[in-house]
Design a binder for this molecule. Structure first.
Ligand SMILES: [Zn+2]
Length: 244
């Protein structure tokens, strides 16, 4: 668990990140790890002196299995709502599937790093399709009335309803998988997209990089990889060039 800036914390589970935004006694949890990461999510809340009851909502960058693991636990125990872009709700409720298949991953499993990762995520529930029937849409485009006052930015491509969350006062953007900085399936680190087969619509993901590049934030907290500080416009241009 690191505090990336005041009241913004980032924790890492099974090669995936989530974040906690603090405002007084209240928290917003951004993403929820794999199903096997629920204990680690709860531990990260405790590590900053909070209780799960303090989480006002889970904000979801996108509803892939590595980002929604804690949603049902928090909803069943504490009634915590799960909010996401309107175009993402069907992915969370299981009415739609926009994710890579185990076969996509298996084709690449000859690399030792990929094999290690795929065994780890399988143990963490990575082959499941968790369904969160309580998923709700937030109102896009306006600051959300939640701790941290995150502003959603719709970045379709990785999934139809992928979103980043900008924290204007902190100069931070939480990018989910619309821009990552490291992953066991990537050869290098730094701002880039995940491999193409992970994206529902790679062309849209490329277009969304330009939209993300216009966001004013100097610190990226991605869904995968370490926080990154720098010029976001240049970073997203570089990420778009790496696809081509
Ligand atoms: Zn992910």
């Amino acid at each position: 668990m690191d505090q990336v800036v005041k009241d913004v914390f980032r924790a890492e589970g099974t090669a995936v990140n989530w974040a906690l935004l603090r405002e007084g006694r209240d928290l917003t949890l951004v993403d929820g790890g794999y199903p096997g990461d629920v204990g680690a999510v709860l531990a990260s809340i405790a590590a900053i002196g909070h209780r799960p009851e303090d989480v006002r909502a889970v904000l979801v960058t996108h509803a892939h299995v590595d980002h929604v693991g804690a949603l049902n636990h928090l909803h069943e125990r504490y009634g915590t709502p799960a909010l996401m872009h309107p175009d993402e709700v069907a992915n969370a409720t299981g009415e739609r599937h926009e994710s890579a298949t185990p076969a996509d991953v298996a084709r690449r499993a000859w690399r030792p790093s990929v094999l290690r990762w795929s065994l780890a995520i399988t143990r963490a529930g990575g082959t499941q399709h968790p369904v969160a029937v309580h998923a709700e849409a937030f109102e896009p485009g306006t600051p959300l009335d939640l701790p941290g006052r995150p502003v959603p930015v719709h970045l379709p491509g990785h999934t139809s309803g992928s979103a980043a969350f900008v924290l204007p006062a902190a100069g931070v953007v939480l990018t989910g998988d619309a821009l990552v900085t490291g992953h066991p399936l990537l050869r290098g680190s730094g701002p880039q997209l995940l491999p193409g087969f992970f994206h529902h619509d790679l062309d849209a993901a490329r277009t969304s990089l330009a939209r993300l590049g216009a966001v004013e934030a100097g610190l990226v907290v991605p869904g995968h990889g370490a926080p990154w500080r720098g010029d976001l416009a240049r970073a997203t241009e570089r990420a778009a060039r790496l696809i081509a």
